[in-house]
Every structure is written in structure tokens, then in C-alpha cells.
Design a protein around this ligand. Structure first.
Ligand SMILES: C[S@@+](CC[C@H](N)C(=O)[O-])C[C@H]1O[C@@H](n2cnc3c(N)ncnc32)[C@H](O)[C@@H]1O
Length: 283
């Protein structure tokens, strides 16, 4: 059942989009002193060697973080994200890629909490061995979808939930929707970030519309950012790109992404016609 291993994909174009957005959201949360809770329903291992057999099977990172690493001409938000990745590579060469818990860990302050859920025993063990003993951090080996109800709202009523499942099981699409609905029913002004794959699959094609409808209770509306940069296989299957849906986005996020997405589409493109899109609504 748990066949998915993020180590195959760590640092690819989809991780770049997701982690740039996550860093922008958490930087914005840090503008206020009051502590926040970060809930990662599908946390992964927290960090990935880019020299492992997994990472080098298709070397997806080469066309993701690999294209940005070592450049001096990055837009500020991308430069900030690359700097966070640099913090994970003290030797100065790109050896490791930080997962979403590591991005959040780099940006947390003493008053902030990380609640991380990961079901795969190996990835949970790696994550727990790194972070479980740290104050303010909880690492649980459980179903992240089921955990959403327990986690929200946080006591400070400032929180960010990342829902980033593998989507290998078709049931994940319905669970993501239910997770967003559940989160907003409990915490209508919480920030919820959902990562979505762009695939030739009905469930994937329908998910954006369904998320927009499910985000109706979000007090500050929603945002959908899409980056289509990959070619897929000879039949047009495979990951063509990805989107990030954000309920209750910081007001600064849409203007920043309007500038960043065309730049990222051009720089991360593996196809003839890279595309990007940004939609906002609700609120
Ligand atoms: C896309 S990866 C997460 C990547 C991570 N969020 C990041 O950005 O670095 C999805 C993870 O979810 C885990 N997983 C699958 N089903 C799960 C579930 N029901 N609850 C918690 N984790 C699950 C997988 O083992 C995998 O590590």
C-alpha cells in the first residue's frame, strides 16, 4: 500500500513550487510575534540525499533545484528558498534536499510548533530520529488525513496546514477534499496549502474546481498557482506539472506569485511550451 517514496522526486520542479510557496507563507507568519502551529499531514522523511540510488534513478532534482542552485540572478523569493536549501548543505555543494518539515524547521521560532505526520515506517523513523526530541515538535506515525481534525484549531489560532499526499491511491483525491473541508470547518481563518499533481486523470483534472468550492468558508479566500513545465511520457502520461492551492493565503502571496510563476515556468521548463496560471477567489 505504501509504495510511494518521495526520495525519487525530492527537489524536482513540483517540490520547488511547493517549497517556495511554503517558505513565503511561513515568512509572512513570522511578521507577527504570536506563535504558529505548522501541521504537515504527509511529512515524508524531512531530508533526502541527492546521491542515493532513489534520487538518481531519474535525477528529477537536476531539472528542479539543480537549475537554481549556484545562480546569482534569482528573484528574491527564489533566492530565499535556495538559501534555505543551502542551510541544509553546509559543505557548499548540493548534496541534500530538505523536505517540507525541514523548510518549516528552518523558519520556526521558539514560540512555533511543528506537528508532523508520516505513515511510512522508514520515512517516519528518519524524521523522528532527527526532530522528535526537539521542544515544540511532534512526529507521529499515523494517518495524516485523520490527524487534521485533532490538530486544528491551534491554541494560538495561528496555523498552517500542508496536505501533500502521494495521490497514488485514487481515494487520496476525495480525502484531500474532505481534509480541506474539515480544516476550514474547525479553523475558518487557518492557512491550508494543498499540493496537486497535473496528470491525465479525471480525478486530478476535477480536483481544482472541487477545492475552490470546498474553500467557500475560508475567510480570506483562496489562491491556485499552476506550473506546467514537464513533457510527460510518449503517450502524454506522467507528471506534466503541479499546482498549489492555498486557502486563506497571505495577502502578499498572489502579487508575488504573479511575478514568480512566469520566471519559474521559463527556468524550469522541460517542454516546448511551459505554462503557468494564477487564480484567486472567495473571501
Ligand atoms: C509527497 S510525499 C510528502 C513530501 C513532503 N511533504 C515534502 O514536501 O517534503 C507524501 C508522503 O506521505 C506519506 N503518506 C502516504 N499516505 C499517508 C497517510 N495516510 N498519512 C500520512 N502520511 C502518508 C508517504 O509515505 C510520503 O512520505
Amino acid at each position: 500500500m505504501l509504495a510511494y517514496r518521495h526520495a525519487f522526486h525530492a527537489g524536482n520542479h513540483a517540490d520547488v513550487l511547493k517549497h517556495v510557496v511554503l517558505a513565503l507563507v511561513l515568512r509572512h507568519m513570522n511578521a507577527k510575534n504570536k506563535g504558529w502551529r505548522y501541521v504537515d499531514s504527509h511529512a515524508g522523511a524531512g531530508g533526502y540525499s541527492l546521491h542515493s540510488a532513489y534520487a538518481n534513478k531519474r535525477a528529477e532534482h537536476a531539472d528542479g533545484i539543480g537549475r537554481l542552485w549556484g545562480r546569482a540572478d534569482l528573484p528574491p523569493a527564489v533566492a530565499d528558498y535556495v538559501e534555505l536549501v543551502r542551510g541544509f548543505n553546509p559543505g557548499g555543494t548540493l548534496d541534500q534536499y530538505p523536505g517540507s518539515p525541514a523548510i518549516a524547521h528552518a523558519l520556526r521560532r521558539p514560540q512555533d510548533e511543528l506537528h508532523l505526520h508520516e505513515l511510512h515506517p522508514t520515512d517516519h523513523k528518519i524524521l523522528a530520529s532527527w526532530l522528535a526530541d526537539e521542544r515544540g515538535v511532534q512526529v507521529s506515525m499515523d494517518d495524516g488525513f485523520a490527524a487534521i481534525a485533532r490538530e486544528l484549531p491551534p491554541p494560538t489560532r495561528r496555523g498552517v496546514l500542508l496536505i501533500d499526499p502521494p495521490y497514488e491511491l485514487r481515494a487520496d483525491y476525495a480525502k484531500v477534499l474532505a481534509g480541506l473541508r474539515d480544516a476550514l470547518a474547525r479553523f475558518a481563518d487557518g492557512v491550508v496549502i494543498v499540493w496537486l499533481p497535473q496528470l491525465q486523470l479525471l480525478e486530478a483534472a476535477r480536483l481544482p474546481q472541487r477545492l475552490k468550492a470546498a474553500a467557500a468558508p475560508a475567510k480570506k479566500g483562496w489562491l491556485l498557482a499552476r506550473l506546467s513545465v514537464a513533457r510527460g511520457d510518449a503517450r502524454g502520461f506522467g507528471l506534466l506539472g503541479s499546482s498549489v492551492f492555498v486557502a486563506n493565503p497571505p495577502h502578499t502571496l498572489a502579487p508575488l506569485l504573479r511575478e514568480l510563476l512566469p520566471w519559474l515556468a521559463a527556468e524550469l521548463s522541460q517542454c516546448e511550451r511551459p505554462q503557468w496560471a494564477l487564480e484567486t477567489g472567495g473571501g
